[in-house]
Design a protein around this ligand. Structure first.
Ligand code: PA5
Length: 445
């Protein structure tokens, strides 16, 4: 039987006193009160308004309406041109629900992500359109960029749009394109002028907090994912994730623990997933954590160089790659072991009789889940033996609902940690500065 909500186990493994955690958590009470007020309205007037997205029926309806225009039984590919916060959320959920080898099956539609400007990848995408797409209705191009000016996204979108235009003519290319952007961007205006379908990204919502907006839910819905469940999973736990009661609120617990382990000198945050299909979820969380919390200055302008370096590990793959370092190397890491409660469908058992029997006899007849849980159990024991602090996060199954809960958990944890560090978790000044320099360099080329 699946539990209903995410559980975080931490007692005896975080190597912290309960009183320390309680004291940090209590300092967040007022801010949690503010967040509750924000969550109660569907007005996007502050960056924390991402909390309102799971409940926003109007935005959900709009996204579903547009998906309804483009969905049909012949749809083969939805290509998302977007980068960072504009594609990592959708990729996370898609990869979790349609893991690794799904791409090799003939069933459709498939969601393809075009983010960086890689000529070989682009050649392949063009080839897919040229060889596999026979009618306009078989494809959708979703250009996602809040600013409407991100170089990588616009360059990829231009090439893909041109490919569609050459194949089907500009009017059909327009008819099969959807632009997701800020309503005040120049891209929004161009799209409207040309008759391209548009979906809004609410003004105050930053890319990495936008997975519950059309940025995430439109392409996912078109790919056949139950986005209503994804949103309702997040909505169902939001009140508890904003509670000031540590026993009820895993986001409060996590941020308080993160704050304390960082204070004790740990500078690396390792998200160690024991369901390998969650790797992209890890990369989504990595961006959220890194871009939100890595800040030179605090809110008063004092230089603080805040942040922990987030890394993503995958079990059991990285037991054969990274764990020697994790157990034997510098003690500078805090680990979050993340896995589901094992209730997802998909049971595989090692055959009882096989010519390979003599090799590792203990595995005969064992369920894959058991192999995974023994490896996870063994790893956590080894962490304990080496006095390495960790928490264990258990998701209620591998489905839209539990993924919605997890995404909301990480967003609230991040914002609370930003509050504890007194930094702004919603801006990205250093990203903007490199973008400016890159543009200048481009002009000279
Ligand atoms: O989270 C963020 O704000 C960033 O990662 C952006 O999503 C990323 O830079 C892409 O920006 P845009 O959506 O404007 O193309």
């Amino acid at each position: 039987m699946s539990q209903n909500n995410i559980i975080i186990k931490y007692k005896d493994t975080v190597l912290l006193q309960d009183s320390e955690i309680e004291s940090v958590a209590s300092s967040l009470s007022d801010y949690l009160g503010t967040l509750k007020e924000v969550a109660g309205k569907t007005i996007y007037d502050v960056p924390e308004s991402f909390l309102s997205l799971p409940d926003d029926k109007e935005l959900f309806q709009k996204s579903e309406e547009v998906a309804g225009i483009f969905a049909n039984l012949s749809l083969k590919y939805i290509i998302v041109a977007g980068i960072g916060g504009s594609n990592l959320g959708a990729a996370a959920i898609y990869d979790a629900l349609y893991p690794k080898f799904d791409g090799f099956l003939s069933k459709h539609p498939k969601l393809l992500f075009s983010d960086t400007n890689n000529p070989r990848e682009m050649e392949l995408l063009k080839k897919i359109i040229e060889e596999n797409v026979h009618e306009p209705k078989e494809i959708v191009l979703n250009i996602i960029t809040k600013s409407g000016t991100t170089v990588e996204t616009i360059a990829n979108a231009m090439v893909l749009f041109e490919t569609l235009s050459l194949k089907f003519g500009e009017q059909d290319a327009i008819a099969r394109t959807v632009v997701t952007t800020d309503e005040e961007s120049s891209l929004w205006k161009i799209a409207l002028e040309k008759g391209i379908q548009v979906l809004p990204v609410p003004k105050k919502i930053g890319g990495r907090y936008s997975v519950f907006s059309p940025v995430g839910i439109f392409p996912l819905s078109l790919a056949g994912i139950n986005v209503a469940e994804f949103l309702s999973g997040a909505g169902s736990v939001r009140d508890s994730f904003l509670s000031a009661d540590l026993n009820e609120n895993p986001a409060l617990l996590s941020s308080s623990v993160d704050f304390l382990v960082h204070q004790k000198g740990l500078s690396i945050y390792n998200s160690f997933f024991f369901n390998s299909e969650l790797e992209s979820v890890g990369k989504w969380g990595r961006q959220l954590f890194a871009e939100s919390l890595g800040k030179k200055n605090d809110k008063e302008g004092k230089t603080v160089y805040s942040g922990m370096t987030p890394v993503v590990s995958v079990g059991t793959t990285d037991l054969h790659s990274m764990v020697q370092l994790y157990l034997g190397g510098p003690k500078d890491k805090f680990t979050n072991f993340i896995h589901t409660d094992g209730t997802e469908i998909g049971r595989v058992t090692v055959p009882v009789h096989s010519i390979f029997d003599p090799l590792v006899s203990v595995i005969s007849g064992k369920d894959f889940q058991k192999l995974m849980s023994s490896n996870l159990g063994g790893t956590m024991e080894a962490y304990k033996e080496n006095s390495l602090p960790f928490v264990e996060t258990i998701l209620p199954g591998m489905n839209e609902r539990s993924l919605g809960q997890y995404c909301l958990l990480k967003m609230i944890e991040t914002v609370l940690l930003g509050k504890l560090w007194n930094i702004n978790p919603f801006d990205q000044p250093e990203v903007e500065s490199y973008k400016k320099i890159a543009r200048e360099l481009l002009k000279k080329q």
